[in-house]
Design a protein around this ligand. Structure first.
Ligand SMILES: C[S@@+](CC[C@H](N)C(=O)[O-])C[C@H]1O[C@@H](n2cnc3c(N)ncnc32)[C@H](O)[C@@H]1O
Length: 189
């Protein structure tokens, strides 16, 4: 419990102190612009699997990870769940390394990363959205999701719920193997 709280405090502090910025990749002459909605803080692999299972991801469905980090959620969605998976990542270095990982695994047909801003994409074809952002960032993304998502789209939020929405289910994983507990929120539009 204490370790979870510490992790969340680190994530919150890093996020609150981060100014709006763009993070270009090396040699990128035209990097995307956007507000940094959360620092990079990866979801443990065990929790990634729980998120996709909790979101009832099925083969052939379209999923999007909002702020995809090193691409781990997108990669597991494509590799284990046989979904069509897209990550959105603002950070240039994370974009490059996650795309390289997808290529190395030969998953290019079913997985990809968009180097761009979460708030400037179109999610109208999504069956599942995964999100691990700060609480106020979830609130910023909410109107866009409300406007774009088709009826029945599932959204799984990790550790921070989406303010103003009521989850249909929540799930707590008491120990991720490293002593941290995690909470998942499932929403259906
Ligand atoms: C807490 S990490 C989660 C990474 C991954 N989804 C996971 O769960 O392992 C949040 C990610 O969102 C990215 N991010 C923050 N603001 C963004 C924005 N406006 N557009 C795209 N990505 C963004 C960060 O660079 C970081 O990689």
């Amino acid at each position: 419990m204490i370790r979870k709280s510490l992790a969340l405090i680190c994530l919150l502090l890093a996020g609150f102190s981060a100014p709006a910025q763009q993070v270009p990749a090396q040699g990128d002459t035209n990097p995307p612009t956007g507000e940094k909605l959360a620092p990079y803080y990866p979801t443990p692999e065990l929790i990634v699997d729980k998120m996709l299972e909790f979101g009832q991801l099925k083969a052939g469905e379209k999923m999007y990870d909002l702020g995809s980090g090193d691409g781990r959620i997108v990669i597991m969605a494509a590799q284990k769940y046989h979904a069509d998976a897209t990550g959105i990542e603002l950070d240039g270095d994370l974009f490059i390394s996650s795309e390289a990982k997808i290529r190395k695994l030969g998953l290019q047909k079913s997985a990809r990363i968009v180097h761009g801003d979460i708030l400037k994409q179109n999610y109208s074809s999504a069956n599942l959205i995964t999100v691990y952002l700060l609480p106020e960032s979830n609130i910023k993304a909410r109107p866009m999701l409300e406007a774009q998502l088709k009826k029945g789209t599932r959204i799984v939020a990790h550790d921070f719920g989406i303010g103003g929405w009521t989850p249909v289910k929540t799930m707590t994983i008491p120990d991720d193997g490293e002593g941290r507990s995690h909470t998942l929120y499932l929403y259906i539009r």
